[in-house]
Ligand binder design. Structure first.
Ligand SMILES: C[S@@+](CC[C@H](N)C(=O)[O-])C[C@H]1O[C@@H](n2cnc3c(N)ncnc32)[C@H](O)[C@@H]1O
Length: 245
């Protein structure tokens, strides 16, 4: 996960969201032990209204706000759904999805996977594994034990700073997520994936347009304005599970 996603969550805009650097309240003392970029990251975290609100709401990541905002807008999460959460650490999306599908009252299922260890999230089943490992799709299918109503991917490889390389890495993850979605989604299901604007996403988008009734670009306000991150939500899966177009 990107450093900025580690803390934050909830639903709706937190007070102060969208304010610029001029409004920063907490300054970080210069330290020889921290690199300049670490100091900038720390300053951004300490002054991020979503991070504060996530702590208050008991969410594990500011990313939780992104999912709740997108669902408030489009309403693709429904009680009883069976969902896959790819790149789920530290668990913010598992928390929000679980609440919205009703796992507490025994409805639905959330299956998550991440390279990193994730502390248990009530109602979710999570494995620590590389999704790109060839054994991962079958592991997830075994856990799912049936079709999925939605596949969500917030996977992001560590950025290198080289734009083109970073775009290619995220497209690779998004394409693998979509291949997996074809194997598990039931007709009518949804696919939500993180991309970067300006990436090599034309082939992926045309595949989504072919196989889903509606494809939307979403930029939740919890996604930093200065980040090229965006989400693509495809709803109304048109194919039979594992079938041909
Ligand atoms: C932005 S974070 C996810 C935040 C999460 N949605 C939340 O709400 O807490 C992206 C995650 O993708 C994971 N990731 C990246 N590549 C992966 C891979 N190949 N397999 C599994 N997880 C991966 C990273 O370890 C990281 O935790």
């Amino acid at each position: 996960m990107s450093a900025g996603d580690r803390k934050g969550s909830g639903g709706g805009k937190p007070p102060g969201a969208g304010r610029g650097a001029r409004d920063l309240k907490v300054e970080v003392k210069r330290s020889r032990k921290l690199s300049h970029s670490s100091q900038l990251w720390l300053r951004r975290q300490l002054n991020d209204p979503y991070v504060k609100r996530a702590k208050e709401a008991g969410y594990r990541s500011r990313a939780a706000f992104k999912l709740s905002e997108m669902d408030d807008k489009v309403k693709f999460l429904r009680p009883g759904q069976r969902l896959i959460d790819l790149g789920c650490a530290p668990g913010g999306w598992c928390q929000v999805a679980g609440e919205r599908i009703g796992v507490k009252s025994g409805k639905g299922k959330v299956i998550g996977i991440d390279l990193l260890r994730v502390d248990p999230v009530p109602g979710a089943e999570i494995i620590q594994m590389d999704f790109m490992d060839e054994a991962a799709p079958q592991r997830l299918k075994d856990m799912l034990d049936g079709p999925a109503d939605g596949v969500m991917s917030d996977m992001a490889a560590n950025t290198t700073g080289h734009k083109k390389t970073d775009h290619l890495k995220i497209i690779g993850l998004a394409e693998a997520a979509l291949d997996f979605a074809h194997e598990v989604l039931s007709p009518g299901g949804f696919f939500l994936v993180k991309l970067f604007q300006g990436g090599e996403s034309a082939a992926l988008l045309s595949e989504l347009k072919r196989d889903f009734t509606t494809v939307r670009n979403l930029k939740p306000s919890a996604s930093r304005a200065d980040s090229s991150e965006l989400y693509v939500l495809a709803t109304g899966y048109r194919r039979e599970r594992g079938g041909q177009p």
